[in-house]
Design a protein around this ligand. Structure first.
Ligand code: AMP
Ligand code: TRP
Length: 334
């Protein structure tokens, strides 16, 4: 049986990924690379829709790639690359823009949310065409599956529509992908506000565990996590949101069942429990942070890895683009 093609992308908009990204999405990237032909990209062009200092974007792009490798995305098993290293993404995006209705793009809820928040003056056209560039990311690789969070479902639907539209209007060039909505293995909540999702846009980072936090910072965040006035370590999302979140995190890292962890802490206080969860998380994140630092310390090696990914990606993408151009009647040079 031939392997399925998987493609996903992540924006380099922050220095560090957080525990929610890791347990909710990126761990699955690692799992999927084994039995599939996976392409993963750091979508730096998408990140341009938010104005960022150039030095910062540069650093975050490299940090994102380094963190992906550090958590186990293995450039030997999959193709890891930077979006802007493959010019076909922009080239196909233009073609797809010419097939997208203005109203169709305007109906994307993420665009509506972001443009509403930013106001007219700060809403650039890139934000409007963002999902079309995403469609190009996916269609170029003839992806079968696109593992993404629920919030991306509408963008994958648009990708399918555009692929089908092109195929029926011109020629069968694109494979029509399916969204593989990642059912979070674990939904991780903020440690300070345990009824809210852990998110990088939180007001304060004190409840957000970042992969690159120093161990003492992580321990401190766990020790000061918000719980309740009871004293039983027991899973109860309604009455004990904080403890339940910590149990979920413990279980995700230790591999133990929630029941087993509950019995282990029967009769013990919250203090011991919080400390132990912190230690388990540090034990898992410490090697990730160190590996990331190592990779950042040898950028020529990191760039070499990314170049080899981009070479592989370019090969696949330029072939698809050539087929699409030919189908459109764009004349070949030479
Ligand atoms: P974001 O950068 O917030 O768009 O997140 C990227 C992906 O990480 C999402 O599509 C989710 O699958 C996952 N994710 C983000 N935050 C959480 C969370 N608190 N719990 C579980 N998964 C999350
Ligand atoms: N829009 C996606 C997000 O915010 C990131 C992304 C860009 C992506 N291109 C992609 C995801 C292609 C999957 C496939 O999460």
């Amino acid at each position: 049986m031939s392997k399925k093609r998987v493609l996903s992308g992540i924006q380099p908009t922050h220095d560090s990924f957080h525990l929610g990204n890791y347990l909710g999405a990126l761990k699955q990237w690692v799992a999927l690379q084994k039995d599939n032909d996976a392409f993963y990209c750091v979508v730096d062009l998408h990140a341009l829709t938010v104005e960022t200092d150039p030095k910062l974007l540069e650093r975050r792009t490299l940090l994102s790639a380094a963190q992906l490798i550090a958590i186990g995305v293995d450039p030997k098993q999959c193709t890891l690359f930077i979006q802007s290293h493959v010019p076909a993404h922009n080239q196909l995006a233009w073609v797809l823009e010419c097939l997208t209705g203005f109203g169709e793009a305007g109906r994307m809820t993420q665009f509506k949310d972001k443009s509403q928040k930013g106001g007219n003056d700060r809403t650039n056209v890139g934000l409007f065409t963002y999902p079309i560039l995403q469609a190009a990311d996916i269609l170029l690789y003839q992806a079968d599956f696109v593992p993404v969070g629920e919030d991306q479902r509408q963008h994958i639907e648009l990708t399918r529509d555009l692929g089908q539209r092109f195929n029926s209007k011109y020629k069968e060039v694109f494979n029509i992908p399916q969204a593989q909505i990642i059912k979070s293995l674990a939904k991780i909540n903020d440690l300070q506000d345990p009824t809210a999702k852990m998110s990088k846009s939180a007001n304060s980072m004190s409840g957000v565990i970042e992969l690159l936090d120093l161990p003492e910072v992580t321990i401190k965040k766990f020790k000061s996590s918000v719980t309740d006035t009871g004293k039983e370590v027991k899973y109860d999302e309604k009455e004990k949101a904080g403890i339940s979140n910590l149990l979920t995190i413990h279980s995700a890292f230790s591999g133990k069942s929630i029941k087993d962890i509950e019995s282990e802490f029967a009769g013990k206080g919250y203090g011991d429990f919080k400390t132990q969860v912190g230690e388990i998380v540090v034990a898992a994140l410490d090697p990730i942070r160190k590996r990331t630092e190592e990779l950042m310390g040898d950028q020529s090696e990191l760039l070499r890895i990314l170049k080899s990914g981009a070479d592989k990606a370019n090969e696949v993408a330029s072939k698809t683009l050539a087929d699409a151009y030919a189908a459109l009647g764009l004349i070949k040079n030479g």
